[in-house]
Design a protein around this ligand. Structure first.
Ligand code: UD1
Length: 429
């Protein structure tokens, strides 16, 4: 298994190209199941999760071809991928595939809308909590789906097609919003979704569906209105820049010090996180080329954050922000409201010398003057990158094990950081 070795203490200076967003690419790829025409996606990041979803879609009969491996004068590996689901050969998504990547459960929406049936494995537990699927089931039932749970599978049937309906999510869910938006696009009549997720990835998906002929308005607000259409066509659509990758590198610069341009990044995708970062003492500016982050000499001020659905502080940056706060001049409180059990990084950060105590949903972080390198273990995608950030500022060597978590969501992380002066390398097993 690959490991990452970091020798801390170097400032970051230079340019980091921001990749296409994993969390936008995945639902967009799944949307290809809605049409027998070709859906072309630009700026698709090269990540383990994307490759896994390509395999899952292939199982349903989706063909794909890739081109444009090197865009932006060779600085990015962004790809353009053509997906074609002319014939859907299988409406079952098996446990072996769904259990590897939770987002693959989302195929339930398009399969049901287009084929009138879907049999999708329950995703099971995962490292950051139980993550149930009750909202998907309730929402799809509201659209006229008969749903049974049989042998660990959600068996969904709508033989006469889906019917538009009014549905209010009892809790905001990004995935359930994606799925209901896709399903309602091919339903008969109007669907109104209330308390919908407002994340930029929801807007990106709605824009793609509209380019395919759907009639969706209100995405990005809590109320989304979808006028069903009989069929959707192909389209060409661009994946938005990854706001979590952006925030992660911005926090890395604040931690290590230096001056970095996050090329292609957009402040409007993560205003809340950038505002918190600014309060720590880092300078953040939007330029024509992207976001510039600087911290030179000044200490890191402690800042409290609470994770919330968009436009609040994202849960996917909580671990990285905590890493920065381990070196702050004073105490900060970090509260997680989206996922239970999303504090596995606390113990690993403690191995580097961080002082963190847990008080229910809140981590209380006492900033320390220095961290010291140590071997640590990545436990999930965002937790593992928080260890990279901590390692950049730790004295000596930090060795991060189980790097496959990083590869699920960060494209060429060690290459991007070392180009800015970090001493970081991958040790292949
Ligand atoms: C997406 C993101 C993930 C991010 C999360 C929250 C992708 C691929 N993943 O995950 O990176 O951390 O949004 O911003 O885009 N819930 C229920 N019942 C359900 C569905 C969800 O109770 O049926 C709960 C979840 O357990 C969680 C909360 O709702 O507590 C939010 O989860 P949700 O927004 O659905 O997360 P994902 O879409 O899985």
């Amino acid at each position: 298994m690959d490991r990452i070795r970091i020798r801390g203490g170097s400032a970051l200076n230079g340019t980091i190209p921001v990749s296409g967003a994993k969390n936008a690419a995945l639902p967009l790829m799944i949307a290809s199941l809605l049409t027998d025409d070709t859906l072309t996606l630009e700026n698709v990041p090269h990540l383990a999760d994307v490759e896994q979803l390509i395999r899952i879609l292939g199982n349903h009969g989706v063909d794909y071809s890739v081109n444009g491996r090197r865009e932006n004068q060779g600085k990015s590996y962004a790809r353009t991928i053509h997906f074609n689901a002319r014939s859907i050969v299988d409406t079952t998504a098996p446990y072996e595939l769904v259990s590897k990547m939770r987002a693959s459960f989302w195929v339930i929406g398009p399969l049901l809308a287009r084929m009138g049936e879907a049999r999708v494995s329950l995703p099971g537990g995962c490292a950051i909590g139980t993550r149930p699927v009750d909202l998907f089931i309730e929402g799809l039932r509201a659209l006229g789906t008969e749903i049974d749970i049989e042998g660990g599978y959600v068996v969904a049937r709508a033989k006469k097609g889906l019917k538009g309906a009014h549905y209010k999510f009892p809790k905001t869910s990004v995935g359930a919003t994606h799925v209901l938006m896709m399903a309602a696009s091919l339903a008969d009549g109007e669907t109104v979704l209330k308390n919908a997720a407002r994340e930029p990835e929801v807007v990106n998906l709605a824009e793609c569906l509209n380019a395919m002929g759907a009639k969706i308005s209100g995405a990005g607000s809590p109320t989304i209105v979808i006028e069903g259409v009989p069929t959707l066509s192909g389209a060409r659509h661009r994946v938005i820049p990854d706001r979590i990758e952006t925030g992660t590198y911005a926090l890395a610069v604040a931690m290590a010090g230096g001056d970095v341009l996050l090329e292609g990044a957009r402040t409007d995708l993560l205003e809340s996180a950038l505002a918190s970062l600014g309060r720590t003492g880092a300078e953040v500016t939007q330029t024509n080329a992207g976001i510039r982050v600087r911290r030179n000499g000044s200490g890191i001020a402690p800042v409290d954050v609470t994770t919330e659905p968009f436009p609040g502080f994202p849960t996917d940056l909580q671990a990285q922000f905590m890493a920065l706060m381990t070196r702050a001049k004073g105490q900060s409180r970090i509260t997680e409201t989206i996922f239970e059990n999303r504090f596995m990084h606390v113990q690993e950060l403690a191995r580097l010398g961080a002082r963190i105590s847990l008080d229910g949903q809140t981590a209380v972080v006492e900033g320390v003057d220095s961290l010291k390198g140590a071997p640590v273990m990545a436990t999930d995608l965002r937790a593992s990158v928080s260890l990279v950030i901590a390692g950049l500022a730790a004295e000596g060597e930090t060795l991060i094990n189980r790097v496959y978590h990083l590869d699920r969501g960060f494209e060429r992380l060690e290459e991007k950081l070392s180009a800015c002066g970090a001493e970081i390398e991958r040790i292949s097993a």
